[in-house]
Write a protein of this length. Structure first.
Length: 224
């Protein structure tokens, strides 16, 4: 119940943040109506810049709480992350505590945010980790692919922020359910679900680039 009790503060932070990012950047949400306003949902996004999570959080039409690398909770951002209900996770460890909290949030009808790539890179979604797929299979929640564009600075590193008034777009895709062959069980079912989410998200990113005329730092940031 902890996650939902944090909702009023998270919602206030989202509304304040939405106004702030629109002042600092030329930022907007595209197709926000595709996001279900109620019920459990898993938001999956590509990941190119530090601001990906914050801009999705701020520009989403409802409060989304993300699985966030646990070390950020001991940084200057820790208080903000905690008070807006974000969930710390130890990456690459199968963090059962974090996954249980995420599953509980979905069970209570909340919106959960996940970056399947696991780390910042080119944002083309060449690979995906299994967490989002596991949660989708366990909860039955629909998945919303989101393309986050413009949160990197050309020529910069993974930690660089876009310049003021840069174009930033959060493009919401159509929701889908993760369904696999009922005769397939165990690891293969999880593998197929992970592949489906990666494919749908990668396709959505490409479609969003064509729609917005924006670009990704492909090749420029993979080794950064």
């Amino acid at each position: 119940m902890t996650e939902l009790r944090a909702a009023p503060l998270a919602n206030a932070g989202r509304l304040f943040g939405a106004a702030l990012v629109r002042v600092v950047y030329s930022a907007s949400a595209v197709h926000p109506g595709r996001m279900p306003r109620t019920g459990s949902v898993i938001v999956v996004s590509n990941h190119t810049g530090f601001l990906d999570g914050p801009v999705i959080f701020c520009l989403s039409p409802r409060t989304v709480r993300f699985l966030v690398k646990h070390t950020y909770f001991t940084s200057a951002w820790g208080a903000v992350l905690s008070r807006t209900g974000q969930i710390p996770i130890r990456q690459n460890t199968g963090d059962r505590v974090a996954l249980a909290a995420a599953k509980d949030l979905l069970g209570q009808g909340g919106a959960l945010g996940v970056f399947p790539e696991g780390t910042r890179g080119s944002g083309s979604v060449r690979d995906a980790q299994q967490g989002a797929a596991w949660l989708a299979l366990q909860s039955g929640a629909p998945v919303i692919p989101v393309a986050t564009l413009g949160t990197w600075r050309a020529g910069g590193t993974k930690d660089s922020w876009p310049l003021p008034r840069a174009r930033v777009r959060v493009v919401f895709g159509e929701p889908f359910h993760v369904e696999t062959d009922p005769d397939v069980t165990g690891r293969e079912r999880l593998r197929l679900a992970t592949a489906l989410i990666r494919e749908r998200l990668a396709t959505h990113v490409l479609e969003s680039l064509a729609e917005t005329g924006m670009t990704l730092p492909v090749g420029e940031r993979d080794a950064a």
